[in-house]
Write a protein of this length. Structure first.
Length: 130
């Protein structure tokens, strides 16, 4: 898992819970946090800017039918109008910071490249030049 410590949308405690669940299921997990990096640190353009609403408080569930429900209100996202109402009721007005961080991006690219190299180190990798 890769995330920025400045990302108000990411809950490190929840990441730890997911990590524990995955490890109990037999998966190897590594969490890497990039100090001070905000949401969308690895993409986008421009420096940090504030986004008006934070959707982190929303408890969204996707049903087998593909319909999205908000867990506290049981409202469904079935069209643009219902989406605005649902997200307006569950989000907060504090907002969060978002913006590219070239240092975190470079570190994450190196970390992820190292991960991929370790997975394909057994020689079974397809030749990417073909």
């Amino acid at each position: 898992m890769l995330y920025g410590t400045g990302d108000a949308i990411v809950d490190p405690d929840r990441c730890a819970q997911v990590e524990d669940d995955l490890e109990r299921g037999g998966s190897r997990v590594e969490r890497i946090a990039y100090e001070g990096a905000f949401h969308q640190w690895d993409g986008g353009r421009g420096g940090p800017r504030k986004i008006g609403s934070n959707l982190a408080p929303c408890l969204l569930r996707v049903l087998e039918s593909g319909v999205v429900l908000e867990g506290r209100t049981d409202l469904s996202m079935i069209n643009p109008f219902s989406r605005k109402i649902m997200l307006g009721l569950c989000s907060d007005d504090e907002g969060y910071m978002m913006g590219a961080d070239e240092g975190a991006r470079a570190r994450s690219n190196a970390d992820f490249s190292g991960y991929l190299a370790s997975k394909f180190a057994d020689g079974k990798r397809a030749d990417a030049s073909r």
